[in-house]
Ligand binder design. Structure first.
Ligand code: SAM
Length: 266
């Protein structure tokens, strides 16, 4: 069971996006819990405003430190209370594990770029807190106090951290055991072993006069695996040659990759 808490000014956007299909079903089944917490509920003035002008001038507004901090504190207290309840009857060793600080991920174009590898690592956590900025971002002082990881989804600037949080929650959730119907489907996918996935085909056998590769109809599993592996190497060499340096390839596969790379350059 994984618990995800998303600090945002737009909870309905986040829950609307994550509540459908595979992730929504995992929530219904109790494998995943995702809650979006409205930072505005922790505003401390009567107008419920959460942003103000940046000191020193400049365009746009900045999210203030205090509502973000209060929102974080409320989530952390809730997590601690749930852990205390759970740990009433577990031994001391397990207790020290469960008391470790919850990771707080700030969605930021200035962060480390999110990757499949990071998704796998984060899927090991029991609790995760996501912090979504908006406007020109968030007062630096609260970030210094609560954030453990700064994560970007790519080198472009979005209006808010909600879409990045949704992207990350989706990628992390599908690594949580039981979320995908068939755990095998997460077994070989693009980026695993630094190779892209092979091409796939479904019925009918002929579509727009294009035939499904004969080998996939042969029923010969070893040959199919061999073909798929070669296709992965070819695709990676053609589309993402940068990944190949880190991929573990046989001598033959390396030669295949080199021959594809030279075709690409022509
Ligand atoms: N002024 C900030 C800067 O230049 O670094 C950008 C602020 S951006 C307009 C508003 C919010 O969107 C950020 O606080 C962050 O939460 C989110 N955001 C924008 N682009 C992002 C990206 N590529 N990855 C993750 N979060 C992003």
């Amino acid at each position: 069971m994984m618990n995800i808490h998303i600090m945002t000014l737009f909870p309905e956007m986040v829950m609307g996006g994550l509540g459908t299909s595979i992730i929504g079903r995992a929530m219904d089944k109790g494998i995943l819990s995702i809650e979006a917490v409205n930072i505005r509920d922790y505003a401390y003035n009567k107008h419920q405003s959460v942003d103000d002008y940046p000191y020193g001038g400049g365009a746009g507004m900045l999210m203030q430190a205090e509502p973000v901090y209060q929102c974080y504190q409320a989530i952390q207290e809730k997590i601690n209370a749930a852990k205390r309840e759970k740990s009433a009857d577990i031994d001391k060793e397990e207790k020290s594990i469960s008391e470790k600080k919850t990771r707080v991920l700030y969605m930021s174009p200035q962060g480390r770029t999110f990757s499949q590898r990071m998704a796998e690592e984060l899927a090991e956590e029991e609790e995760l807190i996501f912090l979504c900025g908006h406007y020109e971002g968030i007062d630096e002082r609260v970030l210094e106090e609560i954030v453990t990881d700064y994560v970007s989804i790519g080198d472009y600037v979005l209006t808010g951290g909600e879409l990045p949080a949704m992207v990350m929650v989706d990628a992390i959730s599908r690594m949580v055991p039981g979320v995908l119907h068939n755990d095998v489907s997460a077994e070989f996918e693009s980026f695993q072993g630094n190779l892209l996935e092979y091409p796939q085909y479904s019925r009918p056998e002929i579509w727009h006069e294009k035939r499904v590769p004969e080998i996939l109809l042969s029923g010969h599993h070893a040959n199919i695996e061999k073909w798929r592996r070669e296709q992965s190497v070819i695709r990676t060499a053609l589309n993402r040659p940068d990944l190949l340096d880190k991929a573990e390839l046989t001598k033959q596969e390396r030669e295949l990759a080199v021959s594809c790379s030279s075709v690409r350059k022509e």
